[in-house]
Design a protein around this ligand. Structure first.
Ligand SMILES: NC(=O)c1ccc[n+]([C@@H]2O[C@H](COP(=O)([O-])OP(=O)(O)OC[C@H]3O[C@@H](n4cnc5c(N)ncnc54)[C@H](OP(=O)(O)O)[C@@H]3O)[C@@H](O)[C@H]2O)c1
Length: 222
């Protein structure tokens, strides 16, 4: 039985790439979703080089744009594929203050809001897939131990988008705390409905990837 994976990673490196490579090795049909289609297609070719029978598709997705998330979900739904596994992987870290095109602080928009919206848009397909195949669905949010280092009030709902209160590291922690709260609440709701889908968040450990592009200290230590 082939599984389908919604996988949100654009580059030819990073945790998402390795996840896609291994899932393809295990016979999953992998959807590589990324904002940079050139990088997504290169990632696809790199996986195919060592695994000629891998089933991979690359689809455009910019998580920092609610319009793009909606378009991605519509494109995915139009493919009429089942969806067993959704990995909310993509993320940015410690970037300078910036607003998304929807006017939301960029780390929160990318790391949480995009995944939150996408999960909602794909939930019906996941429920239907779990029901019709009898296979437990999985939603995995990539979070971080950094969720412990957020603003004093946790999530700054009232001043989320204000530049004056923006702290790059705390904003990252805030977005990663939101990943965990999101996973917990979706899990609670799915359990209450009796849906055969588990939702978990995971801290993957510390791995030097492009994520650290705004963090010279960490990179200089390696
Ligand atoms: N590496 C670590 O030590 C570590 C520790 C704790 C948690 N994590 C979490 O693990 C996840 C993966 O991180 P990683 O280390 O693999 O980082 P990475 O190598 O930088 O990969 C992140 C991926 O997210 C993509 N992305 C960024 N913004 C996007 C957007 N708006 N729309 C679509 N895709 C976007 C990036 O695409 P581009 O190539 O276009 O930038 C990149 O492919 C993140 O959620 C991160 O918070 C990592």
């Amino acid at each position: 039985m082939r599984t389908r994976l919604g996988y949100f990673e654009g580059g030819a490196s990073g945790i998402g790439f390795e996840t896609a490579r291994v899932l393809a090795l295990r016979n999953a049909h992998v959807i590589i979703a990324g904002r940079n289609m050139k990088a997504a297609n290169e990632a696809k070719q790199l996986i195919l080089k060592d695994n000629k029978t891998a089933r991979l598709d690359a689809l455009k997705l910019d998580l920092a744009s609610l319009k793009s998330v909606k378009a991605f979900a519509n494109n995915f739904i139009a493919l009429k594929l089942p969806l067993n596994i959704l990995i909310n992987n993509a993320g940015i870290m410690f970037c300078p203050y910036q607003l998304s095109e929807d006017g939301i602080e960029m780390q929160f928009a990318t790391n949480h809001l995009g995944h939150f919206y996408l999960t909602n848009l794909l939930l019906d397909i996941m429920k239907e897939t779990a029901r019709s195949t009898g296979i437990e669905g999985r939603i995995i949010n990539l979070t971080s131990v950094a969720h412990l280092h957020t603003y004093d009030e946790g999530i700054q709902f009232d001043k989320m988008n204000e530049e004056t209160s923006y702290l790059d590291k705390k904003a990252y922690g805030q977005s990663k705390l939101a990943n965990i709260l999101h996973a917990n609440e979706v899990s609670r709701r799915l359990q209450a409905e009796g849906a055969n889908i588990t939702v978990n968040s995971v801290h993957p450990g510390l791995i030097t990837t492009n994520l650290y592009r705004h963090s010279s200290l960490f990179i200089s230590m390696h």
